[in-house]
Design a protein around this ligand. Structure first.
Ligand SMILES: [Zn+2]
Ligand SMILES: [Zn+2]
Length: 408
């Protein structure tokens, strides 16, 4: 029982630590204990260590750590990928040979598929790049129009030295601009972007399915061991929780290869399921991990009352300065959003490449009635949201070019 609880707690601890370290900064966790623990891990703890190191060793430990730490944190290294593949190979190497002779013939058909599929998808995720190069730049500029809220025309990537296509982002790990950037994934040593997003979601799906299926197989096999091992009168005593865990502890100790990997799968399945659910949510919302953080800044400004909205057609005589690429996209919007402390006044000029007011007229000019203060993100048009099924088609690289105008 003691050993079982220790193994369980260690696996649970590693899962929680990984989750907080990687995802604690997501806007969804703002003002929650997860965000605090993330800051504790990445900010307070390193700062505390630096202070102690300065006092005791004149900063030598931190200098040495920074050299190796900057490799771990800032370079595109394979350590996490190696850890991930090792976990898969070792886990399956322990579980499958022990389980195989005890499986029914129908499971013997399914298990090889469940084992092989994650490796195939992992390979596709790692090898498929979504980098924007001088060769494909013109094509990438046509992929998405600028929404003029999150992405504006005319911005250059100073490293790659070309105009940034809408929805792209420069990744300092990959040292390239990435098309429809979602996030840089240390597990894959690669960015998740336009070309491998479908493989990434399939990988999460296959891992979740493998872990749930593996947990189910583990549970069935351990139940068999329990039947053989535990006499009926002892089973009758399993009603109490302590007795229940004690008996399962004995079963896992008697069947350790199935038992430990069953626990590992049972505890990591929710983690894989949570990542999968988050990425399905992103498809539903028509956004990416990168854009979610941009939208969260807009949400903060809307809540603080600093966002004003109007229709482009009310401000400009030419309704939309559209490029042919804008016209090819199925959703258009007439909105202009700006961020400012005060409502726009009559005669003020908008900056063309951002959501700011470039120049205000003199004092005591009345507010321009064409602008309304926004009080909800529901009134903001996201032109990249085509509805769940078309968003899914877009992620899968299928055509979504059906006209459906959004005008509020
Ligand atoms: Zn770049
Ligand atoms: Zn990257």
């Amino acid at each position: 029982m003691g050993a079982l609880r220790t193994v369980g707690l260690v696996i649970l601890g590693i899962s929680a630590f990984t989750f907080i370290a990687l995802f604690g900064r997501l806007p969804a966790f703002r003002k929650t204990p997860v965000a605090f623990l993330h800051r504790l891990l990445w900010v307070y703890l390193p700062n505390g260590i630096a202070v102690v190191d300065n006092r005791l060793f004149g900063g030598r430990v931190v200098r040495c750590w920074t050299r190796s730490g900057s490799y771990v944190l800032k370079e595109n290294h394979p350590l996490v990928l190696i850890f991930f593949v090792s976990l898969l190979v070792i886990g399956e190497g322990i579980f499958v040979p022990a389980a195989w002779p005890r499986l029914s013939s129908s499971h013997k058909l399914w298990v090889p598929g469940a084992v092989v599929l994650p490796y195939v998808l992992l390979y596709k995720c790692v090898m498929t790049k979504s980098f924007i190069t001088p060769e494909n730049h013109e094509e990438e500029m046509k992929r998405y129009p600028y929404d003029r809220v999150l992405f504006h025309p005319g911005h250059r990537c100073t490293t790659c030295d070309f105009l940034k296509p809408a929805r792209s982002k420069h990744c300092s790990f990959c040292q390239a601009c990435v098309s429809r950037h979602d996030h840089h994934c240390v597990w894959l040593m690669n960015c998740v972007g336009a070309n491998n997003c479908v493989y990434f979601i399939s990988l999460l799906l296959s891992l979740s399915a493998m872990l749930v299926y593996g947990s189910y197989l583990g549970y069935s096999l351990l139940s068999g061991t329990l039947e053989e091992l535990v006499p009926p009168d002892m089973k009758a005593a399993m009603q109490g929780w302590t007795m229940y865990f004690n008996i399962w502890g004995i079963v896992i100790a008697a069947d350790p290869r199935i038992g430990t990997i069953f626990l590992l799968m049972l505890m990591t399945a929710p983690l894989a399921g949570a990542f999968l659910a988050y990425h399905v949510y992103l498809i539903w919302a028509g956004t990416t991990t990168n854009e979610t953080s941009k939208w969260s800044y807009w949400k903060d400004d809307v809540e603080d009352g600093f966002v004003f909205k109007t229709k482009r057609s009310l401000i400009f005589e030419n309704p939309l300065p559209m490029t042919p690429y804008d016209q090819a996209w199925p959703v258009h919007t007439d909105q202009i959003l700006i961020i400012d402390n005060d409502p726009p006044t009559e005669g003020c000029l908008l900056a063309s490449d951002s959501n700011r007011i470039a120049r205000r007229p003199g004092r005591e000019v009345p507010p321009d009635p064409r602008w309304k203060r926004l009080d909800s993100m529901r009134d903001v048009d996201n032109i990249y949201d085509l509805g769940f099924w078309d968003n899914l088609r877009d992620v899968m690289g299928l055509s979504v070019r059906r006209p459906k105008n959004v005008h509020r």
